[in-house]
Design a protein around this ligand. Sequence first.
Ligand SMILES: NC(=O)c1ccc[n+]([C@@H]2O[C@H](COP(=O)([O-])OP(=O)(O)OC[C@H]3O[C@@H](n4cnc5c(N)ncnc54)[C@H](OP(=O)(O)O)[C@@H]3O)[C@@H](O)[C@H]2O)c1
Length: 278
Amino acid sequence: MNLAELQALYDFSDCTILVTGGAGVLGGEIACALVGCHANVVILDRDTELAEKVIERFPKVVKGRGVRVYGDVLKPETLQQANETIKAEFGTVDVLINAAGGNHPAATTSMDLSFFDLPVETLRQVGDLNLLGTILPCQVFGRGMAERGEGVILNISSMSALRPLTRIPAYSSAKAAVTNFTQWLAVHMAQNYSPRIRVNAIAPGFFLTEQNRFLLTDRESGELTARGKSIIAHTPMDRFGTPEDLLGATMWLISPAAAFVTGAVIPIDGGFSAFSGV
Ligand SMILES: NC(=O)c1ccc[n+]([C@@H]2O[C@H](COP(=O)([O-])OP(=O)(O)OC[C@H]3O[C@@H](n4cnc5c(N)ncnc54)[C@H](OP(=O)(O)O)[C@@H]3O)[C@@H](O)[C@H]2O)c1
C-alpha cells in the first residue's frame, strides 16, 4: 500500500511509537510510513548516523515527528537511558516495534563452514540479538504499558520460525523463540496487567535486503542463486517481498482495528508458508 492509501485508513496522531533497529531496511520503512500516518516515531538504533538518514526520509507535511535515540537492545542500561529521553520528549511509549534482529554470515553453514564448526560466539550473538534483543526492550518499555494498563507491542519473527530454513540454525531457532515469546507475553500482559495491552508479531517471508542479498542473488551477476530460485518456486505469489508489503499488516496490528487480536503471528510471505510445494 502506498502512503496515501495508508493515511486513508490509519491515523496515529498523538501516539508515540518506538522502533528498535529503526535505522535498518524494514524498520526504517515502517518508521517512515508511521510518521506519514501522523505518529511520533522514535528510532532506536546503535547507528545514530544511519538513523538520522532515515529521519531525513520522513514525510514532511504531516503532524507526526521523528527523533532518534541511541540504544543497544542487548544493553538494558542504554534502553533505560533511551526511555528517560523519550519520556522527556513525548511522555510515554504507546507502541513498541521490535525490528532489531538478523542473522550473521559466520552463523550460516556453507561449503566452507560446517554446522560442527559454527563458532560459539556468533551462535550466541545471533541467538541473543533476536531473542534477548526482543525480550529486553519489552521489559524496559513494557513496564510503562503495564503501569498505564494499555499499550501495543509488535515483534518481528520470520518464516524460518515456522519451519526452519536450511543453513541458518541459530537464526531459525531464535526466531522460533521470538514467536513463542510473543504468545507468552500476550497472555502474561492480558492476565496480569490489562487486556488492553496487546502483543503480536509479523513473520516476514523473503525480502531482498542487505542481510540476505548475497544468499539470494549472485554477488557478480545479480542473478538468483539456487536458494533464491528455490524460494521463488515455493512462493505462490512468485516474487520476493518489498518492505512496503509489511506496512498494511503492521498498521492493522498496532491500530485499534486489531483490538481483539493478541498473541497472533501473521505471516507476510506471498503464500510461502501455505504452499506444500505440490
Ligand atoms: N530481510 C528479510 O528478508 C527478513 C525476513 C524475515 C524477518 N526479518 C527480520 O526483520 C527485522 C529487520 O530486518 P532488516 O532486514 O530490516 O535488517 P537490517 O536492515 O539489518 O536492520 C536491523 C537493524 O537493527 C540494528 N541492530 C542490530 N543489532 C542491534 C542492537 N544490538 N541494538 C540496536 N540495534 C541493532 C542494525 O544496526 P547495525 O547496522 O548496527 O547492525 C540495523 O539497523 C529483523 O528482526 C530480521 O530478522 C527480515
